[in-house]
Design a protein around this ligand. Structure first.
Ligand code: MN
Length: 488
């Protein structure tokens, strides 16, 4: 599987010298206690490192510079133990180029009514400090996250953990490199986009290659490697020969294995972590990559079909955030419109991501209606169930927009024995009609990334980190707001 880089988050505590050295010593002890407990008990995906008390503009500026230049630091968590005058945060905060979380918490959960005096109030005035500090982040348009509540509270810890996943993805986004084999599908509009702007805004490198460049590498794959992989398949998958002649079945599956190994070799050589193909541009390949793509998805590679590099990069990004859990390329295909059972059936020609599988995948060889190539091998399975989101990114000419729809994947009531692809069935929030209307009014594409390992809020948090316009379609969505708001 594609490896994740090591990261940590820095904890920076705002204070000042007004209340004396003893007060600062207590602030430091309290800060260390919080960091130790969060690291030990909060089930965070990355460690937090207590850096320092921030009591002057020079100190804060120095810390933020170090954050920017230290590749292992994925973001900053700030806490206002006391009142920390925010003019001293301006220079450092302006420099900060990584995600910022303002943890609006206080050391003690309860007000000690019997003993509270002004010394206690001065030392524990987070309510005061939060507002002064929050003002400057708002004024500087930092788009930072604010988490509110006591630091021992499980919900607060979960919010911090979820933000960390997103911040990690934000930092790793600049390492995403997409290889495009072929251009975008002819005549298709929504998969297009400004690649230079995508690199400026999201950090994605998007490179074109002729399919012949890939074919050359595929043709260099050794028969020994192909045969070894086929033996492994017998362990991992159900080899479903259907009505195929066994020798023909094996030949077709091995051809996909050859494409898979060639693709992996090509991507590894150029440090590419996502890719696109186009069934209109396969000269020299005997099959459309199906199983090959799905196997690479399972290793964490991002992908989208028909040259859709935006969705390919987005799928890689969300795989980074979710550690490649239940996340992949999806396409809105067919409606179920019967009253009370309305749902959307998603699939693709072949390349449905096996991290979305709820059943053991079957390897199937069947004809493909388009592309004019040999019968391709593909993995077929039923999709996962449960709450998730589908995400689509579109280029409106003036700017990018992100659509985020909360969905619930459900089990189909019946089998579909003649459907030769993996599938996912879901009900969108707030309900089928409003969700589909909102999606269409907002210009959402048919290609999405479906994830069952992130919340809509997490995807929205990422959009704020990269200054990306976002339309969230959830249980509270009203069509009028969509039309009169972002999409007017
Ligand atoms: Mn498609």
């Amino acid at each position: 599987m594609l490896k994740n880089n090591k990261k940590e988050f820095w904890f920076v505590v705002g204070s000042q010298h007004l209340y004396g050295e003893e007060a600062l010593a207590e602030v430091k002890r309290d800060s260390e206690a919080i960091v130790n407990e969060l690291n030990e008990k909060a089930n965070l995906p990355f460690p937090i490192v207590f850096k320092s008390l921030a009591t002057s503009a020079a100190e804060i500026r120095k810390i933020m510079k170090e954050v920017n230049y230290n590749d292992e630091v994925a973001g900053v968590i700030t806490w206002m133990h006391t009142f920390s005058p925010a003019k001293m945060w301006i220079a450092g905060t302006k420099l900060l180029q990584k995600p910022l979380l303002h943890l609006a918490t206080q050391f003690y959960e309860n007000i000690p009514w019997k003993t509270i005096d002004m010394d206690y109030m001065n030392l524990h005035q987070s309510a005061h400090g939060d507002r002064e500090y929050g003002f400057i982040n708002a004024r500087l348009n930092k788009n930072n996250k604010v988490v509110v509540g006591h630091w021992k509270d499980a919900e607060v810890q979960k919010e911090v953990a979820e933000w960390m996943q997103v911040a990690y993805g934000y930092c790793e986004s600049e390492n995403i490199k997409v290889a495009r084999f072929g251009d975008n599908m002819r005549d298709v509009a929504v998969t297009e986009g400004d690649k230079v702007e995508a690199q400026i805004q999201f950090g994605w490198t998007v490179d074109y290659f002729a399919i012949g460049d890939l074919v050359k590498v595929v043709n260099e794959v050794s028969q020994k490697d192909i045969d070894a992989a086929y033996e492994e398949f017998k362990e991992i998958y159900t080899l479903d020969m259907g009505n195929n002649d066994p020798a023909y079945y094996e030949k077709q599956v091995k051809e996909q294995i050859k494409i898979e190994i060639g693709l992996r070799n090509f991507l590894e050589a150029g440090n590419y972590t996502a890719f696109t193909t186009n069934f209109e541009d396969l000269y020299g390949l005997s099959q459309l990559p199906g199983l090959a793509v799905q196997r690479l998805n399972a290793e964490g590679y991002g992908f989208a079909g028909e040259g859709d590099w935006k969705t390919a990069a987005l799928s890689r990004l969300i795989k980074i955030m979710t550690n490649n859990c239940k996340t992949g390329f999806m396409e809105d295909y067919t409606y179920e419109l019967s009253a009370g059972s309305e749902a959307i059936l998603g699939a693709h020609m072949l390349e449905v991501d096996p991290t979305l599988a709820a059943s053991k995948p079957r390897v199937v060889v069947k004809p493909l209606g388009i592309g004019g190539k040999d019968d391709p091998a593909r993995l077929i399975f039923d999709g996962t169930e449960g709450k998730g989101v589908v995400v689509s990114m579109l280029d409106l000419g003036t700017h990018y927009r992100l659509l985020i729809n909360e969905v619930e994947a459900i089990k189909a009531k019946e089998d579909a024995p003649n459907l030769p692809v993996a599938k996912l069935l879901w009900k969108p929030q707030p309900n089928f009609k409003e969700a589909v209307k909102a999606w269409i009014y907002a210009g959402g594409g048919h290609h999405t990334v479906a994830t069952f390992a992130l919340t809509a809020e997490q995807v929205y948090d990422w959009s704020r980190m990269v200054n990306l316009e976002a339309v969230v379609i959830d249980k509270d969505t009203k069509i009028k707001d969509i039309i009169n708001g972002t999409c007017k």
